[in-house]
Design a protein around this ligand. Structure first.
Ligand SMILES: [Zn+2]
Length: 300
């Protein structure tokens, strides 16, 4: 049965799949003991850590954290997935979740150079395996999508979307899925501007921690992208609807630290549901990255 989702991409034609790879890796054995995100290691000055989407912090990571992934066996290439990626078109992005991720990366790589000088593209790694080898260590898919600054790569296992719209209560609408990718690209922008390193020096937990500032800024940047993605002669998205935006808000609400069960804000890493929604909305309504100044206020 064919389910008709609201379309977000317009037109047809090929996608740019350079810089997009498919595969997991990390060997078949158990994870070596290593850095646990959310643990004490995250706040250490100078350490390079991955930035998680925020669903299961503390769940992953071993054998890395310093950009050295020598413990990883093989490159984990997934030829079948790579073929799927290479065959993606804009039209397929409306029906195929892998192509939707690829198309979103294309749109992000079009929008961000118009908003900032010196934007360079991150790599994108899509994986179907249970774990993935990254420059920040081996990550379990349970950790959810993440950005690794050591190799400037966004990692995503599309099965996360089932978790997001299932047990977590997020939306399965296309723009809500695209928001996840845009949030991770937001972390890449933060890496380029230095905000990621700055935030990681400022501490990993608490309602005004560096981590929360990093995450809310990435949500705001995702909103900035959404503002621009359906405008201009190069717009890849058709005009966004209220329903599209409401899907993003539903997802942002679902992944606030408080909604995920963290009643004590001392443990927050990503901010409350209200904050995540509000910063996305700030970015979306303004379209201006300068409005995403989560480091310039304590009123997050
Ligand atoms: Zn994040």
């Amino acid at each position: 049965m064919h389910i008709l989702w609201p379309m977000t991409f317009q037109g047809d034609g090929p996608l740019d799949t350079s810089g997009v790879s498919g595969g997991g890796g990390g060997g078949g054995g158990g994870l070596p003991g290593g850095i646990k995100l959310g643990g004490g290691a995250v706040g250490i000055i100078g350490i390079i850590v991955a930035v998680l989407f925020g669903v299961n912090p503390g769940d992953i990571m071993g054998g890395g954290g310093n950009g050295n992934n020598a413990s990883v066996q093989g490159n984990g290439a997934d030829p079948q997935l790579q073929e799927q990626i290479n065959s993606c078109t804009i039209a397929k992005a409306n029906s195929d979740v892998v192509c939707r991720v690829v198309a979103t990366s294309n749109s992000l790589n079009k929008v961000w150079p118009t908003l900032m000088n010196g934007y360079t593209r991150p790599a994108l790694r899509i994986f179907n395996d249970n774990q993935v080898a990254s420059g920040c260590g081996v990550a379990s898919k349970a950790a959810g999508p993440f950005y690794c600054p050591a190799d400037q790569t966004v990692y995503i296992n599309p099965s996360f979307y089932d978790e997001l719209s299932g047990q977590l209560g997020g939306s399965n609408l296309p723009l809500a899925q695209e928001y996840v990718v845009a949030h991770e690209y937001g972390h890449h922008v933060e890496q380029l501007t230095g905000d990621l390193a700055k935030g990681q020096r400022m501490g990993a937990k608490g309602p005004t921690s560096g981590s929360v500032r990093i995450e809310l800024k990435a949500d705001c940047y995702a909103g900035v992208w959404a503002n621009h993605a359906d405008k201009g002669p190069n717009a890849m998205l058709k005009p966004l609807t209220q329903q599209d935006i409401e899907g993003v808000i539903q997802t942002a609400q679902a992944i606030g630290d408080d909604t995920l069960g963290m009643k004590n804000s001392d443990g927050w890493t990503h901010g409350s549901s209200e904050e995540r929604v509000r910063w996305f909305t700030t970015g979306y309504q303004s379209g201006d990255p300068n409005q995403c100044d989560t480091f310039g206020t304590n009123d997050l």
